[in-house]
Write a protein that binds this ligand. Structure first.
Ligand SMILES: Cc1cc2nc3c(=O)[nH]c(=O)nc-3n(C[C@H](O)[C@H](O)[C@H](O)COP(=O)(O)OP(=O)(O)OC[C@H]3O[C@@H](n4cnc5c(N)ncnc54)[C@H](O)[C@@H]3O)c2cc1C
Length: 452
């Protein structure tokens, strides 16, 4: 098989990259191990998307935003709603089943293509250039050649295998943020939850007493139940170390996405550890199902709709790119000349040690801060025809805690797709593309970039 641009991974960043490049006339192919697009959003029950905003301003637009606009028109997402946790500005619930369909439609309409059920199996590199990749699927092992490759695997599989240097996890000891086996429960009575929040402000520290905030959105987001959780922990109801109760209403009323299990000490790039994480994750889901039904108001008659289906991975490899985004760049909102995306999501690092996640004072982002992501974080000095997008771009452990969420990963992917097109058009390596031209096309495709 041949493609001008081959993208490994069909999560949010691979999807936006593919649509962006295909809309510029490139023969674009996504290689995806599952039978649908969406990555963590559809395969690991992640949601809502958060956040497209910084303060009042929507700073993530372009293809990522277009996906939501299309879903809003079909009543498959309410769009951006107030965050009733009080953590960030807006959250964007959606219907995960519809998202698979909408992404596929957008990809095919753009002229892009996808090969499902195909996992990366090998990479041929000569003189620092990827000549072809091998994929493993029902037909055996086959090759795909392309001029440009984009790594959108989240874990940086293609980059690492092709010879790009990578780090894993926290710089001091390589520990990663915990994984989570998300779970979905239906038939939840949200009014009972809201009443409990109003009667027990001490259980919901992010709200700082402003419990009226739970009425501010059409869809409920909740973080808290600290005392309730402690009681259950003291009663040995959990085998793992949980840090708090966190759940979000999806597009469907009374359907909650529960992001509460915590799987510590696993490396997602090690298949044995990943398998153990899946097993422990499902065990925690069973424990949580009982906990929610017995202890959380509004869940008495709830039903478990699904676990996972796959365990969710927050962080693993980061490539060592031409620039490494830092915590300081996020907090001070460094203005990069080669900025290709902006975002406002705070630094959100779940403790790798199993302690409660507290945003340290020196990691606080000021309200409304809009930081930038430079193009140099997507390209590397090791492989000439490769661009890396999504959560595994070049960033420190803390900076990755900010840029890892899906709207930002989508904006990064969008830029990667345009850059791959430009590299082909200009006949240069991805790291040498014209930045003003890259930014011009991104804006033409609706992306948000500062005007200087
Ligand atoms: C538990 C959890 C909760 C989260 N909560 C939120 C949240 O509330 N809101 C939010 O916006 N973000 C949240 N995030 C973060 C967000 O989900 C991810 O960081 C984001 O999805 C990254 O996008 P991506 O495109 O880089 O990678 P992914 O979404 O991981 O997509 C990677 C894709 O590549 C495919 N793939 C991987 N390896 C291979 C291979 N070797 N061969 C072929 N295909 C491959 C995968 O199947 C997948 O489709 C959460 C993450 C987790 C784990």
């Amino acid at each position: 098989m041949y493609a001008d641009i081959c993208i490994v991974g069909g999560g949010i960043s691979g999807f936006t990259a593919a649509v962006a490049a295909a809309r510029r006339g490139e023969k674009t192919l996504i290689v995806e191990q599952h039978g649908y697009l969406g990555g963590m959003l559809t395969m690991a029950g992640v949601g809502p998307m958060m956040t497209f905003h910084a303060g009042e301003d929507q700073v993530i637009k372009g293809i990522t935003s277009e996906l939501i606009d299309r879903m809003v028109k079909k009543n498959k997402s309410p769009g951006h709603v107030f965050d009733t946790i009080g953590y960030t500005y807006t959250v964007t619930p959606f219907d995960a089943e519809w998202m698979k369909h909408e992404m596929e439609m957008m990809l095919l309409e753009s002229g892009g293509d996808v090969l499902y059920h195909s996992m990366l199996a090998g990479v041929d590199v000569a003189d620092g250039t990827i000549r072809s990749i091998q994929v493993c699927n029902k037909a055996g092992i086959s090759s795909i050649t392309a001029e440009l490759f984009i790594d959108a695997t989240g874990d940086g599989d293609l980059s690492a295998w092709a010879g790009v240097k990578c780090t894993i996890g926290r710089e001091s000891d390589g520990a990663c943020q915990p994984m989570t086996m998300n779970m979905k429960m239906g038939n939840v009575d949200t009014e009972q939850i809201k009443a409990f929040v109003k009667d027990h402000p001490e259980e919901f520290p992010y709200l700082q007493g402003n419990t009226w905030m739970v009425d501010m959105a059409s869809h409920l987001s909740v973080s808290g139940f600290a005392k309730t959780l402690k009681k259950a922990m003291d009663n040995h109801e959990f085998s793992g170390r949980l840090e708090g109760i966190l759940f979000f209403e999806t597009n469907n009323p009374g359907e909650m996405l529960i992001n509460t299990s915590r799987l510590h000490g696993y490396d997602a790039t090690d298949p044995i550890q990943l398998t153990k994480a899946e097993i422990e994750g499902r065990k925690q889901v069973r424990e949580l199902e009982a906990f929610f039904k017995n202890r959380i108001p509004g869940f008495q008659n709830a039903v478990l709709l699904q676990s996972g289906p796959n365990v969710g991975v927050r962080g693993s490899r980061q490539i060592k790119g031409m620039y490494c985004l830092t915590q300081e760049d996020i907090l001070k909102a460094t203005r990069f000349e080669d900025a290709i995306a902006h975002a406002g999501y705070p630094i959100d690092v779940h403790s790798p040690d199993g302690k409660e996640t507290v945003v340290k004072e020196d990691m606080h982002i000021k309200h409304g801060t809009v930081y930038s992501i430079p193009y140099r974080c997507l390209v590397n000095p090791y492989v000439h025809n490769l661009i890396t997008v999504g959560r595994c771009i070049s960033a420190t452990f803390e900076a990755q805690g900010a840029i890892r969420t899906t709207p930002t990963a989508g904006a990064i992917g969008h830029a990667g797709g345009v850059a791959a097109h430009l590299a082909r058009k200009q006949g240069v390596k991805p790291r040498d593309v014209s930045i003003p031209e890259l930014q011009r096309i991104l804006k033409e495709q609706g992306a948000y970039l500062f005007e200087d």
